[in-house]
Every structure is written in structure tokens, then in C-alpha cells.
Design a protein around this ligand. Structure first.
Ligand SMILES: Nc1ncnc2c1ncn2[C@@H]1O[C@H](COP(=O)(O)OP(=O)(O)OP(=O)(O)O)[C@@H](O)[C@H]1O
Ligand SMILES: [Mg+2]
Length: 462
């Protein structure tokens, strides 16, 4: 790619970029939310036409999208083999297709159920389907836009083993990621993007994580807000909760979240997190009892499907879900209040949008996430349910989001954090619950939380 430039209205997303991907090499592309990474990947793929510059491609190109492009009403196997279905005569050979998908999944360490309807799947499962669809096609150039944002750590290793093998066999790979450790572990080279430009390019061997982070944000990283001492008070009580959404049930779960503490649910995705979060958010019927969860702010699992209406503006999305007293004047929506709220979120969470009138679909993924987090915490809710709150957020903004959660806790909120990222769990939690197969396998206070033991419990050990 040479001299690539792309503007959307007044926003220059890509501002004169040269980029070369070579067969046999994994190149990482990192940068702040809104730096232009997804735009550049879409141009490399050919889905977007640049305003200036040239793209030369040798061989086929595959793109794993940051926001999955799956056909929701179709089954997993149909999504993966679409356009190249095995046939017997004129009919699709369903058995052969499913067998191929099972083999592909097993080979790549990405567990999927070929028969599941995509629509009903949790985000991590959709991520696997999106990845498998591209892996199946074996393109000469493979572009991966945050391929591991929703994967568990064990899967990340298995996934990259595949990617490294593909690269060694001659594929050119570009990986957009916010997980800088992945850059050090797997990439050969790394390009750093800031405000539409590539500001650094180096070999990843011998580079320190801090140095990449500093180059990305153009300065020092913000620190996470300190944990204040609080006197926790009873707030949310969950007793004998049973709920089920899809394959992901909670079975007889009891716990408390007190005001002034962060309780983290640690676990491997698929052990009941979705059902737990949905029951607490009030969108899934349940048995048992949930007390004290009414004044809640929710950061949902899937920002685009559950959190936002992409075709609406930032302001309209801030009003969404707050059509209750605070956002009203009599029977009408308090437009001025909502506008002020939108501006406050944009400022406090550093949401990069041209204006609060911009459609949410035009924001970068990380900026959409910051908006969802900001809205959830806006009214100082007494109870916060935060599902992977920093998914897709750059390292600087992640510290900001974690700070806001810590501040909410310091101010007396009860915070339930659901995260697959043990680093995040350990950074934030006062107490840790380990969820395994829909039950709580262990509870730890921050002081005596043992990482190895928690890891074992997460895997079903003792
Ligand atoms: N279709 C669009 N219309 C208007 N603006 C857009 C559109 N797509 C992207 N932008 C803007 O272009 C800039 C770059 O966005 P892009 O999605 O490429 O960022 P990114 O580096 O992938 O960020 P993230 O890490 O958050 O995913 C942002 O300011 C974004 O708001
Ligand atoms: Mg992006």
C-alpha cells in the first residue's frame, strides 16, 4: 500500500500510509482507538476505496472483521462453508460440510457446535466462527482485526499457533490488536499508528511492552485510580439463582455484592457468565432471587447488539435505556439534559467522535465501547454489572475505564465485574468468585487470592 489516504467528512482516518505485508511474516498493527487501523485493514482488503494511494495485492485476501460479519439466522457450519459448500450432485452435502467444520475447529483449537444458530451464540463463539471462516479459505494475505478480543487466554495460544504455522507456510499476516503481549509473543514486526499515520515500525524482538505502549499514546500511560478504603454495606443479594440462555446456564448460584466493593467473576467463557449477566440485567427470566439490583448500570457483552443502536447518534444512544425519570421532563424526553449527558460522557471517557450528532456506526470500535461504559456509569448507579468492560479498548483508555469503575466503587457502588482476563480481575477485584459449569467453584478475598489456584478452579480442578 502506498500513500493511502481516506477521509470521512472532516475526519481524516488514514493520512498518507505506506504499508507492506510479506509472505512468511506476521506484522502487528497497534494504535489508540480511532487511530485508523480498521479503516486501513478495510482498504487493504478492498472493502473501502481510498481517496488517494495505491494498493497492490498478490493472491487472495481474507479479512476477519472487528465486528463480525456473520449471517445470524444461519447455522455455524453454513456460515463457515458459505460459497464453497461440498456437494453431492446438485445438493449440498450437509454431513460432509459439518464433518469438515468439526475437523477445522479441532485442528485450530477453536471449539464450535456446527449446528448452532449464530444468532443465539455468545460473543466468544461468534468470534471463533468468524475466524474459522477465514482460516478455511486459506488466503495468501490474512488480515485479522482484533481476532482475539473475545477469546480466552488458552484459546489465544492455540489460535496463534495456527497463525504462526500459516505464516511459516508463506501467508502474509496482519494482526490488529490491543493486547500488546500478543505482539511480543507472536509478531515479527510491529507498526504503530497514531491519528491516521504510521509513526513507528520495528522488529518486535527485543522491544519492551512499555515502549510500544508509549509510542502508541505518544506519552506516558495513565495509572489506574487507587483503591480507597471503604466500609462495604449490603447491597445486592443473589440466592439460588438458576437461569439459562442457550448453552450457558447458571445452576444454583448464591453470592452478595456489597456497596463499596468490586466482586469479579473469574472463569472461562461458556461457564454461565452470559446467563448470570442477563439475569442480573433483567433481560432473562430466572428462578431464585435477586435483591437490591434495581438501580443498575449495565455494560453488556455485545456493544453493537445489546448496547447501542448503530444508526442512531451518540446523543440518541445516551438517551437509550435512560427513558426513565432522570432523562425526562414530564412526559417528554429532556433533550437538553440528554445532550449535556452525552457531552459529559464524551469528555470524561475521551470518546473520539466528530460530534455528539455523529452516528454511532461511524465511531471506531473502542470508542463505541467507551460510550457504552460512560452511559452505564452516568447516573452513579448503586449496582454496576460490567461484562468485559475493556474489550477492544486501547491500553491507555483501558486504564481510564478501569479507573472509572474503581471510582464508582470508591464512591460506594456495588460492582460486579465479569471478565475472562485474570490480569483485569486481579487489578480490580476486592473479592473473586470462580464460575465453573454454572456453579461457584471458589470464593477468594483479594488478600488471599492465589492465581494458580484460581486458574486450576477455572479449569475444573481443585
Ligand atoms: N464509516 C465511517 N464514517 C465516518 N467516520 C468513520 C467511519 N469509519 C471510521 N470512521 C472514523 O475514522 C477514524 C478511524 O476509525 P477506525 O475504525 O479505523 O479506528 P481503529 O484504529 O480501528 O480504532 P479501534 O481501536 O477503536 O477499533 C475514527 O475517527 C472513526 O470515527
Ligand atoms: Mg478498529
Amino acid at each position: 500500500m502506498r500513500g493511502i489516504r481516506k477521509a470521512f467528512g472532516a475526519v481524516t482516518a488514514v493520512d498518507g500510509v505506506d504499508l507492506e505485508l510479506r509472505g512468511g511474516e506476521i506484522q502487528a498493527l497497534v494504535g489508540e482507538n480511532g487511530a485508523g487501523k480498521s479503516t486501513l485493514a478495510a482498504i487493504a482488503f478492498g472493502a473501502l476505496r481510498p481517496d488517494a494511494g495505491t494498493v497492490e495485492r498478490r493472491g487472495t485476501v481474507g479479512l476477519v472483521h472487528q465486528h463480525f460479519e456473520l449471517i445470524e439466522r444461519m447455522r455455524v457450519w453454513e456460515n463457515i462453508v458459505i460459497g464453497r459448500e461440498p456437494r453431492r450432485g446438485v445438493r449440498i452435502d450437509t454431513d460432509a460440510a459439518k464433518r469438515a467444520v468439526r475437523e477445522l475447529a479441532a485442528r485450530n483449537g477453536l471449539d464450535v457446535d456446527p449446528d448452532a444458530i449464530v444468532e443465539s451464540l455468545p460473543v466468544a463463539m461468534k468470534q471463533r466462527v468468524e475466524l474459522l471462516r477465514e482460516l478455511e479459505r486459506r488466503p495468501a494475505v490474512l488480515l485479522l482485526d482484533e481476532p482475539t478480543a473475545a477469546l480466552a487466554p488458552a484459546e489465544v495460544a492455540a489460535f496463534f499457533a495456527t497463525i504462526v504455522a500459516l505464516a511459516r507456510a508463506g501467508t502474509a499476516v496482519l494482526v490488529v490488536t490491543h493486547k500488546l503481549q500478543e505482539v511480543l509473543d507472536y509478531a515479527d514486526t510491529v507498526s504503530v499508528m497514531r491519528r491516521g499515520k504510521i509513526v513507528a515500525h520495528f522488529a518486535s524482538r527485543g522491544v519492551a511492552l512499555d515502549e510500544i505502549a508509549r509510542t502508541m499514546v505518544g506519552g506516558e500511560l495513565p495509572k489506574v485510580a487507587a483503591r480507597a478504603s471503604t466500609a462495604p454495606v449490603p447491597r445486592v443479594r443473589v440466592a439460588h439463582l438458576r437461569a439459562e440462555s442457550g448453552d450457558n446456564a447458571v445452576r444454583d448460584v448464591s453470592f452478595e455484592v456489597r456497596g463499596g466493593e468490586i466482586v469479579a467473576v473469574a472463569g472461562v467463557e461458556g461457564n454461565g457468565q452470559t446467563s448470570l449477566a442477563d439475569a442480573l440485567a433483567g433481560v432473562l427470566p430466572y428462578e431464585g432471587s435477586i435483591e437490591g439490583a434495581d438501580a443498575r448500570g449495565v455494560i453488556p457483552q455485545d456493544r453493537l447488539r445489546e448496547g447501542l443502536v448503530p444508526s442512531w447518534s451518540v446523543t440518541e444512544n445516551v438517551a437509550l435505556g435512560r427513558q426513565h425519570a432522570r432523562a425526562r421532563r414530564g412526559a417528554l424526553l429532556d433533550r437538553r439534559g440528554v445532550l449535556q449527558a452525552a457531552r459529559a460522557i464524551v469528555e470524561r471517557y475521551d470518546v473520539r467522535a466528530p460530534s455528539v450528532d455523529a452516528r454511532v456506526a461511524t465511531l471506531s470500535g473502542g470508542n463505541q465501547q467507551k460510550l457504552v461504559v460512560g452511559r452505564a456509569l452516568l447516573d452513579d448507579p448503586a449496582f454496576v454489572v460490567a461484562y468485559q468492560p475493556t474489550r477492544g479498548i486501547d491500553v491507555g483508555a483501558a486504564a481510564l475505564v478501569q479507573s472509572r469503575l474503581m471510582e464508582a466503587r470508591n464512591a460506594g457502588a456495588a460492582v460486579l465485574l465479569i471478565s475472562f482476563d485474570l490480569d483485569e480481575v486481579f487489578a480490580l477485584a476486592d473479592r473473586i468468585l470462580v464460575l465453573y459449569r454454572g456453579r461457584i467453584a471458589g470464593t477468594f478475598a483479594r488478600e488471599d487470592a492465589d492465581r494458580a489456584k484460581i486458574g486450576r478452579l477455572m479449569a475444573g480442578g481443585t
